[in-house]
Design a protein around this ligand. Sequence first.
Ligand SMILES: Nc1nc2c(c(=O)[nH]1)N[C@H]1C(S)=C(S)[C@@H](COP(=O)(O)O)O[C@H]1N2
Ligand SMILES: [Mo]
Length: 313
Amino acid sequence: MLIKGPALIQPSEITPRAQFEARRRLLRAGAASLAAWTLRAAGAQEGPADTLGLLQESPFSIAEPPTPKKDLTSYNNFYEFGSNKQDPALQAYKLPTRPWSVAIDGLVHKPRRIAIENLLRLAPLEERIYRLRCVEGWSMVVPWVGIPLSVLLRQVEALSSARYVEFESFYEQKIMSSPIFGRLEWPYVEGLRLDEAMHPLTLVAVGLYGEVLPNQNGAPVRIVVPWKYGFKSAKSIVRIRFVEEQPLTSWRKAVPQDYGFYSNVNPDLIHPHWNQARERRLGEFRKRDTLPFNGYADQVAGMYAGMDLQRLF
Ligand SMILES: Nc1nc2c(c(=O)[nH]1)N[C@H]1C(S)=C(S)[C@@H](COP(=O)(O)O)O[C@H]1N2
Ligand SMILES: [Mo]
């Protein structure tokens, strides 16, 4: 169902706003759901965006309306820029997003460093709408622009000993919180098992709402793992390392009793300190029931067959 887009797209060339709004109206009308559809640049502004031609909608996209952009960009966790949900929107302008590159190394045959400008040349852009939920209890539907992480990981030819990947976020003390912030240490570190990292629902995102990723959402490139709690989705990454042992992630290191490595969305988990059964979607009042694996169980539950998810949470 995918319609192939052009191979040469840069983050600066992501769908202009007007075009996206037209598409969103279609989404709202329920026309999109899982159907592939395209929108020509006709009537859109001139300039680089014209080269987009056709865009594509991920078959993983859900039909629910996206959370308003102002909510996605004004209520954030990005602790390098403070601990209030409003801080990242005010402080993350300090993040220097150019020049930027992502090193992919560790247990691989061909380590590489990929400049942000080249990152998206590796695959056609896909625009994807995902539900992403955070352990704090709020949830949202984000129209991410990104490519599957697997596209990047395949560039380096992993050694057979590699079993996990570790993500490292950008850190610079001059502009960010001090090296130990509360109990969190910088740089922020997250990780996935290799099969999770290769799953087509795991993205490297470079935009949202058809626009370049705002700094507070993890510019210029961040991970998105929609069936896990938000903290697994490392922002502003500079390194992806293939490793043999399960990475010691920032939150686990800081508060091991509360944070598991897997962190799959699980309403049934009996957690020592909080209940994960319900969530509030940004912009809504009434809480809704949280779905196992955030509603992506059909796609991802198989990866955890036979695992005790109460113990390996
Ligand atoms: N580098 C870094 N990445 C991070 C965080 C962070 O503090 N630093 N916070 C995480 C948490 S706790 C959440 S809930 C999500 C929030 O992403 P959003 O602001 O785009 O909604 O980012 C995750 N990625
Ligand atoms: Mo979070």
